[in-house]
Design a binder for this molecule. Structure first.
Ligand SMILES: NC(=O)c1ccc[n+]([C@@H]2O[C@H](COP(=O)([O-])OP(=O)(O)OC[C@H]3O[C@@H](n4cnc5c(N)ncnc54)[C@H](O)[C@@H]3O)[C@@H](O)[C@H]2O)c1
Ligand SMILES: O=C(O)CC[C@@H](O)C(=O)O
Length: 390
């Protein structure tokens, strides 16, 4: 029996993945945590927690580094909500270019004028003339799951597309149309684009990516779309850029009180991933990854540990989350050798400064011996967490 704590509303089809061997709780000690945008940074993590699954892409609401040190595996759901966000970016391109936000607000304000409304509409519509997006240049910062989808569809809308992503993955590169131009630096995007959309994670390196220096390099009248995270944009610099008209519109999925007070901001209440389809995709994917990890120790789509999969058929298994330093596996297997325990199968993978090892052992080993080996491994310097799965 496992316990899962949910920190946000998770759609039922995601919760159904767990089945009757799981207890779902909203407070207390759990083996796994399932969440969306709940801010976990100030949360006390019980020692019982083995894994955390984010039903979504961004993990900036999770203390990933602290989790890694404790051997807690953090998962996200890459690509599961990318189509939803892509469609929102496409809608926003038109929303901002055609002055739809202001035009619709004005049209609604005509309620009560009676029979002259059509006349007022025809007389007033000249205030809301916009631009077509065909032939305009779109700059995409971050060509991951979302950025790549936006790039391909913007080409289909006959836009010129240029992307910047120094870390683009091979899979994404394969999915990208060859017509997407490659920027070698951000300046190339800033200096030449009519529209700029950001699709990078919020990390220290990207915080404040759009700042005074960036705005100064941009074409006057550029329209900016932020469906990634509010903190990627330096707010006070944005205010100046909007006031001076360098930025014609800022469409953001992350409104706050400061940004709401700026002119030409189009605020959207974090609806990028809010489709039934994407909420289901994310919840099911997150739940499956968490369940698989708890039951088999296999890792798929973790942001802090490597992908590690060894087929599991109910055999005895030891899993170890540890630092990526020499002789870790040697020391672990030495403990097994001391007790004449045969290793049936084994795998070790690393990701950055951490690694993860799965050791399958032959059946028939006494429980107290397995516990004593697990304790010895746990006490090795560099080991973050050990589990026995049986
Ligand atoms: N509004 C929403 O509801 C919503 C939904 C999903 C994702 N998001 C946000 O969008 C972000 C991107 O999502 P995704 O699914 O495309 O993620 P992803 O991991 O597939 O893609 C991110 C891309 O950014 C690139 N990148 C990282 N640092 C960069 C840098 N300094 N410059 C240029 N490129 C850089 C990476 O190489 C990667 O290709 C998420 O981290 C999340 O914050 C928001
Ligand atoms: O859960 C959501 O609605 C938003 C998720 C989104 O911010 C993400 O990073 O995937």
């Amino acid at each position: 029996m496992y316990t899962i704590q949910t920190l946000n509303n998770i759609v039922q089809c995601g919760l159904d993945v767990f089945g009757n061997q799981y207890e779902m709780i909203t407070e207390g000690e759990a083996d796994g945590i399932l969440l969306r945008s709940f801010p976990m940074h100030t949360m006390e993590l019980p020692a019982s927690v083995k894994a955390i699954a984010r039903a979504g892409a961004g993990v900036n609401n999770i203390p990933v580094e602290a989790c890694t040190e404790k051997g807690i595996v953090v998962f996200n759901t890459p690509g599961a909500n990318a189509n939803a966000v892509k469609e929102m970016v496409l809608a926003s391109l038109l929303l901002a270019s055609r002055n739809l936000w202001d035009g619709i607000s004005w049209a609604k304000s005509l309620y009560g004028y009676g029979d002259i409304v059509p006349e007022l509409v025809e007389a007033g519509k000249k205030e809301y003339v916009g631009n077509e997006i065909r032939g305009k240049r779109l700059g995409i910062i971050g060509l991951g799951a979302i950025g790549a989808l936006v790039a391909n569809d913007a080409l289909a809308l006959e836009m010129e597309v240029i992307g910047y992503d120094p870390y683009v993955s091979v899979e994404t590169a394969w999915r990208l149309s060859r017509q997407v131009q490659r920027a070698v630096n951000l300046e190339q995007i800033f200096a030449t684009c009519d529209y700029i959309t950001i699709h990078v994670p919020l990390v220290e390196q990207t915080r404040g990516l759009l700042n005074a220096h960036a705005f100064r390099s941009m074409k006057k009248g550029v329209r900016i779309f932020n469906f990634s995270r509010g903190e990627l944009v330096q707010e006070e610099d944005l205010r100046d850029a909007l006031e001076s008209g360098i930025v014609a519109n800022y469409v953001t999925d992350f409104p706050n009180n400061t940004v709401l007070g700026m002119k030409n901001v189009i605020p959207i209440p974090h609806l990028g991933a809010s489709t039934y389809e994407s909420e289901e995709n994310c919840a099911i994917m997150a739940a499956r990854q968490l369940k698989t990890y708890l039951e088999t120790g296999n890792i798929r789509n973790s942001v802090n540990f490597p992908n590690v999969e060894l087929p599991y058929f109910g055999q005895k298994r030891i899993t170890v989350a540890h630092k990526n330093v020499p002789n870790m596996v040697g020391q672990m297997t030495a403990f097994l050798a001391e007790h004449h325990i045969n290793i049936a199968d084994m795998i070790n993978r690393s990701k950055g400064s951490y690694a993860y090892t799965i050791i399958d052992i032959d059946n028939g080993v006494d429980a107290h011996i397995k516990e004593s080996i697990a304790t010895k491994i746990k006490n090795l310097p560099g080991v973050a967490a050990v589990r026995i799965i049986q």
